[in-house]
Design a protein around this ligand. Structure first.
Ligand code: FES
Length: 141
């Protein structure tokens, strides 16, 4: 058993909650695409019923998600889902990104315990709101 003082957060979670996959722990403790984005076309924030919230910035060029970043105010699962959803859609077309939902996020993370299903819904909901805002802006141009 690893020394308590030298264990990483992911090690502790794995021991306490063996139900999480290595991919989940990787994205929860080493999240990708974190932070705000300069020159974003869209910045959107969404709060779920549990009070956790996510913010997404994205930039589209030639119909693709050229860059996307997120910040999450919530649990490790929310962070992992933000990392997953941004990883899934970066470089994809807007249409492809619109097809990414909570199921794809859960699959990407190797599953989520049922009590954290809504974290994937929050991440997908924030993405879809960002894409809707992007489309609305593009129509106005
Ligand atoms: Fe509510 Fe993660 S615990 S979104």
């Amino acid at each position: 058993m690893p020394d308590e003082e030298t264990s990483s957060g992911a090690d502790v979670w794995k021991r306490l909650f063996g139900k999480y996959s290595d991919t989940f722990l990787d994205h929860a403790y080493e999240p990708r695409n974190v932070g705000s984005l300069e020159d974003a076309d869209v910045e959107i924030s969404f709060t779920g019923p549990c009070g956790d919230s996510m913010q997404i910035w994205l930039r589209e060029r030639a119909g693709r998600i050229e860059a996307i970043r997120f910040l999450a105010d919530g649990c490790e699962a929310t962070v992992a889902c933000g990392s997953a959803v941004t990883s899934l859609v970066k470089g994809r077309t807007v249409k492809e990104a619109a097809g990414v939902g909570a199921r794809a996020i859960k699959e990407f993370l190797g599953g989520l315990p049922v009590e954290h299903n809504h974290c994937a819904i929050l991440a997908a909901g924030t993405l879809h709101r960002a894409l809707a805002e992007l489309i609305r802006k593009k129509r106005k141009e």
